[in-house]
Write a protein that binds this ligand. Structure first.
Ligand code: SAM
Length: 246
């Protein structure tokens, strides 16, 4: 085994709890973090005789997590009526996208995804519009144009500066009355059990963001917290935060 492959294997042991893997051919840009390789993940799900959603939920030791998360957002959001436009950052396999599309039937479902190998699968979902992903902005999306903008298991591992940039962008693109939803690791998540798991598994990947700082910053950008839910992150949990733009 080459030095590179053993380094990759070592990194993958650490990344596994997040459902992330280092694969050849990904960007060196620190803003752009790797994800499970599409081909191998789809093949593994097929071999296991499950959907990709169930496969990734189980792989992350959190059966039912995708459905639970989407239900929680839609309950808080109460989007009612006609949903024109949804935007998702880092949809990966599309496990949340498929559920949100099935529940809300948006005219357009915009995605910003830096992992090119998942794009064919994402493009096959109804009304998906693949936006050019620079890893930092939602530059192709008009201000105040989106009913729901969301991201899952992205702001737990991209650099803090990338998260901050995306949060500002989410606040920019959401329409008045629209919804912003995402999960983060914050001080409410980091109990003894979770930190113990992190330390023993060497989970150097994750980053924490202060809850009070986040709420204050988003409030300054017109976003009011509607509700929050803990959602599983293997070996621990994240807090899903749902906001409405006033
Ligand atoms: C841990 S995965 C989560 C994927 C999906 N949201 C889920 O929970 O199954 C993070 C996703 O964000 C994408 N990603 C990483 N860095 C990104 C960036 N800077 N901008 C947009 N997407 C990014 C990855 O390619 C991957 O699809």
């Amino acid at each position: 085994m080459s030095v590179l492959s053993s380094a990759r294997e070592g990194a993958n042991r650490v990344l596994r709890p997040l459902g992330v893997q280092v694969v050849r051919g990904h960007s060196d840009d620190p803003a752009i973090q790797p994800f499970l390789p599409a081909r191998q993940t789809l093949a593994a799900a097929r071999r296991a005789g499950t959907s990709v959603e169930d496969y990734i939920d189980r792989y992350s030791a959190a059966p039912g997590a995708t459905a639970g998360t989407v239900d929680a957002i839609l309950r808080e959001a109460d989007l009612g009526g006609h949903v024109e436009r949804v935007c998702e950052i880092g949809p990966g396999s599309g496990r949340y996208a498929a559920r949100v599309i099935a529940a809300t039937h948006p005219d357009t479902y915009e995605i910003y995804e830096t992992a090119g190998d998942w794009l064919p699968r994402l493009r096959a979902l109804p009304n998906v519009l693949v936006r050019p992903a620079d890893g930092r902005t939602l530059s192709a999306t008009a201000s105040g144009s989106v009913d729901l903008v969301h991201a899952h298991k992205v702001f737990v591992y991209v650099p803090l500066v990338v998260t901050i940039g995306y949060l500002d962008e989410m606040a920019r693109v959401v329409r008045p009355g629209g919804i912003v939803a995402f999960d983060v690791v914050n001080e409410n998540c980091l109990d003894d059990a979770m930190t113990k798991n992190w330390v023993s598994s060497g989970a150097t990947l994750y980053g924490m963001i202060s809850r009070s700082w986040l709420l204050e910053r988003l409030a300054q950008r017109g976003l009011t917290l509607l509700g929050s839910h803990f959602v599983p992150l293997s070996g621990g949990r994240t807090e899903l935060l749902v906001f409405r733009r006033i």
